[in-house]
Design a protein around this ligand. Structure first.
Ligand code: G16
Length: 547
């Protein structure tokens, strides 16, 4: 096969010219921004995925077009490596350089990547592409496909799928289908089969009732959940809201990010009985949180930390009962509620590590354990099992019922990345087995009140952090001021970091009371505005008249 790199330049010049000179950086989960500026980025990511596939000996690489939890005008791209992980960190800078180079320098730059990485440009390459249901996604998908075609790679388009489905297809293809069939049906089939075997005909148990309300965030998750329902044998009664038909926009006043950050139900929430289990996923269905309202109508959140503790406790119990010796561990980020970490360490006696935000960091850390549970507080997470763990569990399952359950759980869990639907089915399984309702679940520990703020600054990169983002090293003096403020609050904790998916700085605060938490978040927010070049309107003081 002969490849002329001139074609890459020709495509770029004729169809995907670089419209903006603004520097774009590979963020927490790939590139993200306003959709109208992303055509050239997508074309170049098609090129990059093809090079990466050749670099990895022809293994399938995934490209997912989505801006996940961001608002509808945004779009973005996530790259999936052969084992289902996010693109290897060593290639993030290659990706950043590639999207920022001018059209004129593109041909030469691609030649340099090929040379620097000793890529055999004539070898075969395979790229899988999927997209969310934003109206600009099909146009951007075509740009990715053209990037692959420009280098004579093989591209397979999956149309509208969730991000975790695309990860699943990549791994299924690269493992010669031992992980599952790399098709939509193969995905449904694997998860539903495991879920229904785990239910074993027992639909209700103790306090557990077989109904759930599912907020699909007007995104892909809603569509795919409707497909699940069609194929499930009435093993769970799911009513889907925010289905993405009608005027509702993706993630707009609904979905996991809205529910978690604002700590309230989606705006379109129908009236349901108190204590009804409700689930919210984000636009590309890789995050999930639960919530309910109590008898007083108060909103209660069961976020990623709650899911992590539920899953970790349950797995620990099964491993103990199976009498097998496996190293279990849990991975969190700085956003984890202090009360959840205390509970895991003191009650569950589970080793915990803290890493920077981004599933790419959590996933890698979790791989260090035989069974690694990782969840971000925002509901993004999964469980990974080492080959040793899988073999040990399989042997034990010949004699122990608890190990048989573990074996089925491995099939229910999409190990490749956080998967909102798989995670939800896992939570439903555990609650069903325990005979728990949301009251039982939430009573395991008391969350510390917490608050997140988004602060607009001139350049979010003036903020630099260390120690898993818990300490701010730049701008100078900000950390000392944060610590001074925090020391005035009982059980106070706060940190700031630049978002890697939105053009904002995030502030996190927690403290012993709700009032203290609001005040702490406000005070830290004001510090960020003052010392990091705030550009937004002044923050409103908690409890002030115009609140
Ligand atoms: C992505 C990442 C998550 C991260 C989130 C927010 O989620 O995959 O790991 O927690 O962004 O990141 P940041 O605080 O840097 O904006 P998603 O669901 O948007 O793809």
């Amino acid at each position: 096969m002969s490849i002329n790199l001139r074609t890459v330049y020709a495509f770029a010049r004729e169809m995907y010219p670089k419209l903006s000179t603004e520097y774009i950086q590979y963020g927490t989960a790939g590139f993200r921004g306003k959709a109208e500026f992303l055509d050239s980025v997508m074309f170049r990511m098609g090129v990059l995925a093809t090079l990466r596939s050749r670099f990895r000996g022809g293994a399938v690489i995934g490209v997912m077009i989505t801006a996940s939890h961001n608002p509808e005008p945004d779009n973005g791209v996530k790259l999936v490596d052969p084992k289902g992980e996010m693109l290897d960190a060593s290639w993030e800078s290659i990706a950043t350089d590639l999207v920022n180079v001018s059209d004129q320098d593109l041909e030469q730059h691609v030649a340099k990547i090929i040379k620097d990485n000793s890529i055999d440009i004539t070898s075969s390459s395979h790229v899988f592409v999927g997209m969310d249901n934003r109206y600009h996604s099909p146009r951007l998908l075509k740009a990715v496909a053209d990037g692959v075609i420009a280098l004579k790679g093989n591209v397979r388009e999956f149309g509208i799928v969730t991000t975790p489905m695309l990860h699943f297809f990549v791994v299924a293809a690269n493992t010669k289908e031992t992980y599952g069939k790399p098709t939509e049906e193969g995905y449904y089939e694997k998860l539903i089969k495991a879920f229904e075997l785990l239910r074993n005909g027992q639909l209700e148990n103790g306090n557990y009732k077989n109904n759930v309300v599912f907020d699909g965030a007007n995104g892909v998750g809603a569509r795919k959940m409707l497909q699940f329902i069609k194929r499930m044998n009435k093993s769970l009664n799911i009513s889907v809201i925010n289905q993405g038909i009608g005027p509702g926009k993706i993630n707009d006043e609904c979905g996991a990010d809205y529910v978690k950050v604002l700590q309230r139900p989606p705006i379109s929430m129908p009236v349901v009985e108190p204590f009804t289990r409700c689930v919210s996923v984000d636009g590309d269905a890789d995050r999930v949180v639960y919530f309910f309202t109590n008898e007083k109508g108060e909103f209660q959140l069961l976020d990623g930390d709650r899911i992590a503790t539920l899953v970790a406790g349950y797995l620990m119990d099964l491993v103990t009962r199976s009498e097998i010796d496996l190293r279990l561990g849990l991975v969190q980020t700085a956003y984890a509620n202090g009360a959840s970490t205390d509970y895991i360490v003191n009650e569950l006696k589970f080793p915990v590590s803290c890493v920077p935000t981004g599933v790419k960091h959590l996933h890698h850390k979790a791989l260090e354990y035989d069974i690694g549970v990782y969840f971000e507080a925002n509901g993004h997470g999964t469980i990974v099992f080492s080959d040793h763990a899988k073999a040990t569990i399989a042997t034990a399952s010949e004699t122990k019922a608890s190990a048989k359950t573990l074996l089925l759980l491995i099939d229910l869990i999409n190990e490749t990345v956080g998967d909102a639907i798989s995670d939800m089915l896992l939570v439903e399984t555990i609650l069903n087995h325990k005979g728990w309702d949301v009251k039982d679940w939430i009573s395991t520990y008391n969350d510390l009140p917490n608050r997140q703020l988004k602060i607009k600054v001139q350049d979010r990169n003036v903020i630099e952090t260390t120690n898993a983002e818990r300490v701010c090293v730049k701008p100078e003096g900000l950390q000392t001021e944060i610590e001074n403020v925090v020391s005035n609050y009982k059980r106070g904790r706060a940190f700031v970091r630049p978002s890697g998916t939105e053009d904002i700085v995030r502030v996190y605060a927690e403290a012993a009371t709700k009032e203290d938490t609001e005040n702490l978040a406000y005070e830290v927010g004001v510090l960020v505005q003052r010392l990091a070049g705030g550009v937004g309107p002044e923050l409103t003081k908690p409890g002030s008249a115009h609140l």
